[in-house]
Design a protein around this ligand. Structure first.
Ligand code: SAH
Length: 419
């Protein structure tokens, strides 16, 4: 890997260890319901991700409510309990989501007393870049970020003719167990908060000094296994008064959690939904994806049809092509039948070999022939350009090699696949 450019030194002294990963392996609390009734010492106990009913004076910095997760309305409620007028909420929201400030001291139109007060009862998520790799073939950049609890996540920035796209992670690790995927090898460590998802985009924007136009939730993790935080993130990033990224420029990819697909169809969020299909039959899908045993192919496709009919958004299917497994002529025929009448598009992804797995890519001609056969059936097909292959291109690979190098992967405490 000689053509890899490392922009920041890997943080070998970061204190990230197997023990610290283990210690922090619990799930992030899910607090989607609003609760403003626990007001210890005049401090609001808010409703967002890390709310709790605890007395804030006993909280560690990490347990304090995160202002970056809050909507402007929630901020107003939070500040009201501190005796602040509602215009303060607009000011704070503006600092966080328009000006991109990530410290209380940076909020210079607030009094010092209020900044100090906010600093003692709340926090702001900050991601710390620990490594940035740049592909010498296409300029793709892979970022490794350290979270405040020492966990490591990866995000990818890709430049296209239509703009800058960022692929974000939705969980630390993943518990879906897809056979060819590096992200799931150590299981799920914890869910990301909405602020941690948002900050992957805003940090890359800040470092690159350019506006991100598209976001794909296709990094490590299963977004629908972290549903509440995903939806909160989407509402925050799409907020006209804040980051204001067009939701139409966002794609969420799922392995096929049926209840969540159906629920998502009712959220009124005009994002593109991608399904990791990867097979043309129930039997074949079960070989590649344990989740297929829980939700049958037929019911997953019905849920995707429902998503289309509720949102009008064309469906994307991702199809990782694996040598000798899923790109035969019979596969193409079955897909034709399965997808008949659907307004959809198939993205073929030659499987990205992962060290710990034995799956191989079919050769290029085989993938092209598969594509041609699908197109002849009237299906819209593209072959995904492999971006950043020279920098551990596959989902979760860079994080894994970083953890291996830092001897933190062993016994990291992830939850093993449950499905
Ligand atoms: N949990 C989500 C997001 C996963 S990553 C989902 O399953 O959709 C985004 C896509 O990359 C998924 O389609 C996933 O199956 C695919 N993927 C993961 N590892 C891969 C690999 N090594 N080669 C090709 N595709 C891979």
């Amino acid at each position: 890997m000689t053509d890899i450019q490392t922009e920041t030194e890997p943080l070998r002294q970061s204190g990230i260890s197997a023990a610290s990963e283990r210690a922090r392996s619990s799930d992030h609390p899910d607090c989607s319901s609003r609760n403003h009734t626990n007001m210890a010492e005049g401090v609001p106990s808010p409703s967002y991700s890390d709310c709790s009913s605890q007395n804030h004076t006993n909280m560690t910095a990490e347990e304090l409510p995160d202002l970056l997760c809050m909507t402007q309305g929630e901020l107003a409620d939070f500040l009201a309990v501190l005796g602040e007028k509602s215009f303060r909420a607009k000011q704070v929201y503006d600092w966080l989501h328009v000006k991109g400030v990530r410290s209380f001291d940076g909020m210079t139109n607030l009094s010092k007393a209020l900044r100090d007060k906010l600093g003692s009862v709340s926090r702001i998520t900050v991601l710390r870049p620990v490594q940035v790799l740049t592909s010498q073939t296409d300029g793709t950049k892979k970022y490794l970020f350290a979270l405040s609890d020492g966990n490591i996540i990866e995000s990818v920035m890709m430049r296209y003719s239509y703009g800058v796209s960022v692929c974000i992670s939705s969980q630390v690790g993943c518990r879906m167990g897809c056979r060819f995927c590096a992200s799931t090898i150590g299981g799920r460590v914890r869910n990301l908060t909405a602020a941690e998802m948002l900050s992957q985009v805003t940090e890359i924007q800040r470092i690159q000094k350019e506006r991100v136009s598209h976001v794909v939730v296709m990094g490590s993790g299963e977004p629908f296994d972290n549903y509440e935080e995903l939806v909160r993130f989407l509402r925050l990033i799409g907020d006209e008064k804040g980051e204001n990224l067009s939701l139409r420029n966002i794609t969420v990819s799922t392995c096929g959690l049926v209840p969540e697909i159906r629920r998502f169809a009712e959220e009124g969020l005009p994002v593109t939904l991608a399904l990791s299909l990867h097979a043309s039959s129930q039997k074949e899908r079960e070989i590649l994806m344990p989740v297929a045993k829980k939700y049958e192919l037929g019911e997953v496709l019905d849920a995707m049809r429902c998503y289309f009919s509720r949102t009008g958004r064309r469906i994307t299917f991702e199809y990782s092509c694996v040598q000798g497994v899923n790109t035969s002529s019979a596969d193409a025929d079955r897909l034709k039948t399965l997808l008949r009448g659907m307004n959809c598009h198939i993205n073929l992804i030659p499987v990205n070999p992962v060290e710990e797995r034995s799956f191989r890519q079919p050769d290029r001609r085989e993938v092209e022939a598969f594509k041609d056969q699908l197109e002849k059936s009237g299906i819209n097909v593209t072959i995904r350009r492999e971006m950043g292959r020279d920098i551990s291109g596959a989902c979760g690979q860079l994080r894994r090699s970083y953890l291996n190098e830092n001897a933190a992967a062993e016994g990291a405490g992830g939850q093993t696949p449950e499905i």
